[in-house]
Design a protein around this ligand. Structure first.
Ligand code: FE2
Length: 185
């Protein structure tokens, strides 16, 4: 079996390659690896195939797929916006997108019935706060920590989102919203 770091690098290869700053890319990988090690109530995850949300019954879309899709949506959206005069830091956007749900491996755990549910941590802390905390521990730039913390409804309050954080928020819900509607039909 491959080690967790190699697994993370392979899973997010297409997205990681688009981060131009090598040091930032390495930190992104380190944060992903530690989240998988800390997750599942401290027992760790050996893959990212667990569902990305518990809010859509019978969901087949994994955490890994969701992160890849949201990051790709964010990159494509940013390119269109940049071509139309909106200044965007692509490194910040891509790092934030790969890490936006990095608290989810910590928020979730395998539960006795064999499915995935909330972990002990997840019963008390939502993934934006655990993800932001882990990113802080790895000395991620504050704007990336902010984007992780504010990617969901936490971002509706406080100082407001960054440009990259706003794109990320929209792309996260661009994946979640239509998927949820299509699964309820
Ligand atoms: Fe997400």
């Amino acid at each position: 079996m491959i080690d967790v770091q190699t697994y993370v690098k392979q899973s997010f290869k297409d997205q990681l390659e688009q981060i131009s700053d090598g040091e930032l890319r390495k930190k992104v990988i380190d944060v992903c690896v530690e989240a998988l090690q800390l997750g599942n109530n401290g027992k760790g995850w050996t893959d990212m195939d667990f569902p990305f949300t518990l809010l859509i019954p019978n969901l087949k879309v994994s955490y890994k797929e969701h992160v890849r899709i949201v990051t790709d949506l964010a990159i494509q959206s940013a390119k269109i916006l940049m071509n139309n005069g909106v200044p965007i830091n692509l490194d910040v956007l891509i790092a934030s997108a790969i890490l936006h749900d990095v608290g989810k491996p910590i928020e979730y755990a395998k539960i006795p019935d064999g499915t995935v549910g909330k972990s002990d941590s997840g019963n008390r802390l939502r993934h934006p706060v655990t993800g932001a905390g882990l990113a802080l521990k790895h000395e991620m730039p504050y704007e990336i920590v902010q984007n992780i913390y504010q990617h969901s409804w936490e971002g509706e309050r406080g100082p407001g989102r960054t440009v990259e954080g706003e794109i990320l928020h929209r792309c996260d819900f661009l994946h979640y919203g239509p998927l949820k509607i299509s699964m309820s039909k």
